[in-house]
Design a binder for this molecule. Structure first.
Ligand code: F6P
Length: 323
């Protein structure tokens, strides 16, 4: 193999740049030419390639986001889009592709792999919902950003004896909410995986108020039926007496925009390097992720058909501690 390409796709995640840097510099070390693809699969379809040298990836390891840009690309979900992308890869003489991204992006990688193109995925999404990596690139930084916000909200909540509904990202997965809630000392956690009872939650908050708690923090996953907006509306509509005054904070994309911490930089560096090594060895159709304390490769065929479950022990611990 002489020439490989790398792209970042889907929601950006802190650490993507560190992964790009590792891909480029390990590739160069192995005597390969490395091309970047701009704007994920959208750029692949449009043929937006750029050569990447060692200097092009200098000073990016500490930067959030992705220097290549990213996109959500519905055109690539159709076979016509995938064929066009494949043609672009062949036109450029590219013999291997590295896809840095989450579940949608890895489904795209699998589609290319099934068409016979050598692809290796790198697990990267703040949602931590990707089978084959525990955690994926970006999760740790996103959690720390959520925690910083929760810690600050707790300060102002205590000054005013208020309850806060803090909504965190995660699409349909409650991992970010569960772990941010556990480590942020939340009074309650609402996640899509467990049906929420707003009546019971209101009673819990009221009981916490009666016990003299100066604040109540409820961490809510955006994917839960009772997300922060619905929950606040329910409390208001049913005139729930919480004791606390209620405020809502939706963290949204703030969680994605941070500079990667040490954990994500190291993880991204190791996974990026491993992806290149797999391609060179002729091993592809894989996702490289982090499993049981080491880099591990999982066939993309398994990645796309399996769902990652939340650790039931964390769920139980959250229940016990949320008093
Ligand atoms: O998948 C990452 C993620 O941040 C999810 O947590 C969130 O639901 C989604 O992306 C938001 O997507 P967008 O950036 O396209 O609005």
């Amino acid at each position: 193999m002489k020439r490989l390409a790398v792209l970042t796709s889907g929601g950006d995640a802190p650490g993507m740049n560190a992964a790009i840097r590792a891909v480029v510099r390990v590739g160069l070390e192995k005597g390969l030419e490395v091309l970047g693809v701009r704007r994920g699969y959208a750029g692949l379809i449009a043929g937006e390639f750029c050569p990447l040298g060692a200097r092009d990836v200098g000073g990016i390891i500490q930067r959030g986001g992705t220097i290549l840009g990213s996109a959500r690309c519905s055109e690539f979900e159709a076979e016509a889009g995938q064929r066009q992308a494949l043609e672009r890869l062949h036109q450029q003489g590219i013999e291997g592709l590295i896809v840095i991204g989450g579940s949608g992006s890895q489904a795209g990688a699998y589609a290319l792999a099934r068409m016979g193109f050598p692809v290796v995925g790198v697990a990267s999404t703040i949602d931590n919902d990707l089978y084959g990596s525990e955690p994926s690139i970006g999760v740790d930084t996103a959690l720390n950003i959520a925690l910083e916000a929760i810690d600050r909200l707790k300060v102002t909540a205590s000054s005013h004896q208020r309850a806060f509904l803090v909504e965190v990202m995660g699409r349909q997965c409650g991992y970010l909410a569960l772990v941010a809630g556990l480590t942020g000392g939340a009074e309650a956690i609402v996640i899509p995986e467990v049906e929420a009872d707003p009546e019971a939650l209101a009673a819990e908050l009221h009981a916490a108020y009666e016990r003299g708690k100066p604040h109540a923090i409820v961490v809510v996953a955006e994917g839960a039926y009772y997300n922060a907006t619905r929950l606040a509306a329910y409390f208001q509509e049913h005139q729930k007496r919480l004791g606390f005054e209620l405020r809502v904070t939706i963290l949204g994309h703030v969680q994605r925009g941070g500079a990667p911490g040490a954990f994500d930089r190291l993880l991204a560096t190791r996974l990026g390097a491993a992806a290149v090594e797999h391609l060179i060895r002729g091993e592809h159709g894989l996702l490289v992720g982090w499993l049981n304390g080491e880099v591990a490769a999982t066939p993309l065929s398994e990645v796309v058909k399996n769902k990652k479950a939340l650790d039931p022990r964390l769920l139980e611990l959250a229940r016990i501690l949320a008093k």
